[in-house]
Design a protein around this ligand. Structure first.
Ligand SMILES: Cc1cc2nc3c(=O)[nH]c(=O)nc-3n(C[C@H](O)[C@H](O)[C@H](O)COP(=O)(O)O)c2cc1C
Length: 323
């Protein structure tokens, strides 16, 4: 019997905020680390209230969380690393995978993959002065997977705590097939601890991947967790998702958002939740559509009551592109 790998909950800006993480952790087991969506230091070196809300130790009490920083400037990274270290964090994650056009146009996120020499200089400065361990979340290139060998050669020069690889290029965004062959080839090319991220949507897929890629130290799951919040729990041998466990999670999340945010923000968050868990139900298009278009709390509540009251859970609730 194979031993389960540790599971990391991927950072997802706009979704996996502190409220989401806390409620998820209260309902489901199986997550070893929750990665916090990125903070992006600006010239005046202050955290926005939203960023502070996301990383403050109080809101993350009881969870193992890793903050993430998105910047191309070593002094900005080091400022954030010191601040986060002072808050008690001993690992900081560097985001060099974000594919968003507004981010890459500024040379940040996946934009940093375009110039391995600049990346090397950045990492040289950062590793010389960092107060905390640094893990890196990366893609395998900007335009082509052929870029990855040069990038890996740069990473190999530094004591990267963990290298999290999403084996798509920036051009692919989240489309097309991840280049698992490029990931697998890393086994021969690096001694850095490797974490795999990309398109693992079922517990069986996680198990098969782990068996086929023994170089992997942990799996990072993103959209699969949003679609089926019990995915990591099931992989770890715990209970699969039930309608009751999904409803309890949903209801607590809804209540927690209502406490934390004003109505339009609550609706924004919950519409996204309804979209993400759509795959858990079959033939439930009507209430799901109503929930995703809801313009008031009452309409949303009514739609979700119908969904949980009248529809059974799918046989294999998991993320799919159409959800
Ligand atoms: C809505 C959304 C927001 C995301 N925000 C971040 C982020 O803040 N930082 C980051 O490193 N990746 C971010 N990602 C990428 C995910 O962490 C993950 O790498 C991606 O979803 C692929 O993994 P998956 O196939 O398991 O979903 C985001 C992805 C999505 C869909």
């Amino acid at each position: 019997m194979s031993v389960s790998l540790p599971i990391y909950f991927a950072p997802m800006e706009g979704v996996t905020d502190a409220v989401y993480r806390r409620v998820h952790h209260a309902h489901f087991m199986g997550i070893d680390k929750y990665f916090i969506p990125f903070i992006s230091p600006t010239q005046n070196l202050v955290l926005t209230p939203r960023e502070r809300n996301n990383v403050s130790p109080e809101v993350n009490a009881g969870l193992r969380v890793v903050p993430q920083v998105l910047t191309k400037k070593a002094d900005h990274f080091l400022w954030a690393a010191q601040l986060l270290h002072d808050m008690g964090y001993d690992e900081i994650n560097l985001n060099i995978g974000c594919p968003s056009g507004t981010v890459t146009a500024k040379g940040k996120g996946a934009g940093m993959l375009l110039r391995p020499d600049d990346l090397d200089a950045f990492l040289g400065e950062v590793f010389a002065h960092t107060p905390a361990r640094i893990s890196i979340k990366t893609r395998i290139g900007f335009f082509s997977p052929d870029e990855f060998d040069a990038l890996l050669a740069v990473f190999n020069r530094y004591p990267v705590h963990e290298l999290i690889i999403h084996p798509r290029t920036r051009e692919q965004y989240y489309k097309g097939t991840p280049h698992r062959d490029v990931y697998a080839a890393c086994r021969e090319k690096t001694r850095l601890p490797l974490i795999y991220n990309g398109d693992l949507f079922t517990a069986d897929a996680c198990r098969t991947f782990a068996v086929n890629h023994p170089e992997t130290r942990a799996l990072m799951l993103g959209r699969g967790m949003l679609a089926n919040p019990a995915l990591a729990q099931t992989y770890a041998g715990g209970a699969p998702l039930t309608r009751e466990s999904l409803k309890a999670f949903h209801d607590d999340l809804f209540a927690a958002y209502r406490e934390a945010y004003h109505t339009s923000a609550v609706l924004g968050r919950m519409r996204e939740v309804a979209k993400n868990i759509a795959c858990c139900f079959e033939g439930a298009d009507k209430p799901l559509k109503a929930a995703r278009k809801a313009s008031s709390i009452a309409v949303y509540e009514d739609a979700m009551e119908r969904l949980f009251g009248d529809y059974a859970l799918s046989a294999n609730p998991c993320f799919s592109e159409r959800s």
